[in-house]
Design a protein around this ligand. Structure first.
Ligand SMILES: Nc1ncnc2c1ncn2[C@@H]1O[C@H](COP(=O)(O)OP(=O)(O)O)[C@@H](O)[C@H]1O
Ligand SMILES: [Mg+2]
Length: 232
C-alpha cells in the first residue's frame, strides 16, 4: 500500500533523511520508533509532501507521492495527525471537523465519527482549544476519518496525554484499524507500539536501521536498549 524507497530529505543544507525505506501493507498497523531527533517526524512530513523529498520514492497504491502537489496527497486516501495534533484552538469542534472538506460532510459520515467519538458530539460547539489533550487527539483523528482515509498516519498520538487516557487513544487506534484503515504510527511509548503493531521499524540518524515483528522485539533487550535506550 505504502512504500518508501531510499528517501532523502534536507532542511536547507542539512541532510536529515539519509535513505529511509519502509512499507505498510493493506490492513497493517506499523510503528516507526527511534530516539528524539532521528527524523521520524520528517519521514512523515516527507510522505505528506510537507517536506520535499530530495531523493527516492514514496509510492502509495502505485502513485509516487513525491511527484504530485502536496495538497493533493490527503485526497489519495492518507490521513495525517501531526505531532502536537494541529487542532485550531479558536474554531469549534464542528469547524475543526469540517476544515478539510469542500462542504459539510454527509450525515452518515458524521454519524459514523460520532459513534466512535461520542464525547465530540457532546462538544460540537465548544472551541477546540478548550478540549482536554485526550479529546484534542480524538478530534485530530476524527478530522482525518471524515475524509475516509485508507491509511492513517499518527505522530506521537499519546504524547502529553494523561496516562489514564492513553489506553483510550490506544483503543481508538485499534478500532480504526479494525474498520479497515492501515496505520503508520510514530511513538515514544514503546508499550503502545508493541500493543498495537504487527511490525516495527527503528530509525537512527535519518535512516531506518532495524525492522522486527513486534512479538520478537518485545523480548529483544539488546535492540531495545541500543536504539531506544529502553530497559525491559
Ligand atoms: N524545520 C526544521 N528546520 C531545520 N531542522 C529541522 C526542522 N525540523 C526538524 N529539524 C531537525 O531534523 C532532525 C530530525 O527531526 P525530526 O524529524 O523532528 O525528529 P524526530 O521526529 O525523530 O524527533 C533533527 O535534528 C531536527 O533538529
Ligand atoms: Mg517527532
Amino acid at each position: 500500500m505504502l512504500e518508501l524507497v531510499d528517501v532523502h530529505a534536507h532542511y536547507g543544507k542539512v541532510h536529515v533523511l539519509q535513505g529511509s525505506s519502509l512499507r505498510v501493507e493493506d490492513g497493517e498497523t506499523v510503528a516507526l520508533l527511534g530516539r528524539n531527533g532521528v527524523g521520524k517526524t520528517t519521514t512523515l512530513k516527507t510522505i505528506m509532501g510537507l517536506v520535499p523529498a530530495s531523493g527516492g520514492a514514496v509510492v502509495f497504491n502505485g502513485t509516487d507521492l513525491t511527484k504530485i502537489a502536496p495538497h493533493r496527497i490527503p485526497g489519495q486516501g492518507i490521513g495525517y495527525v501531526p505531532q502536537g495534533r494541529g487542532i485550531f484552538p479558536t474554531l469549534s469542534v464542528l469547524e475543526n471537523l469540517e476544515i478539510g472538506l469542500p462542504k459539510s460532510p454527509p450525515p452518515e459520515v458524521m454519524d459514523h465519527v460520532f459513534e466512535r467519538f461520542p464525547r465530540l458530539k457532546e462538544r460540537l460547539g465548544q472551541s477546540g482549544g478548550t478540549l482536554s489533550g485526550g479529546e484534542q487527539q480524538m478530534l485530530a483523528i476524527a478530522r482525518c476519518l471524515v475524509l475516509k482515509p485508507r491509511l492513517l498516519i499518527l505522530d506521537e498520538p499519546t504524547e502529553g496525554i494523561m496516562p489514564i487516557l492513553v489506553q483510550d487513544i490506544r483503543r481508538e487506534i485499534a478500532a480504526v484499524n479494525k474498520a479497515g484503515v492501515s496505520i503508520l504510527l510514530v511513538e515514544q511509548n514503546i508499550k503502545t507500539a508493541l500493543k498495537l503493531c504487527s511490525r516495527i521499524y527503528i530509525m537512527e540518524k535519518g535512516a531506518v536501521v532495524h525492522e522486527a515483528r513486534a512479538e520478537d522485539l518485545k523480548d529483544d533487550k539488546d535492540t531495545l536498549h541500543r536504539y531506544l535506550g529502553v530497559t525491559i
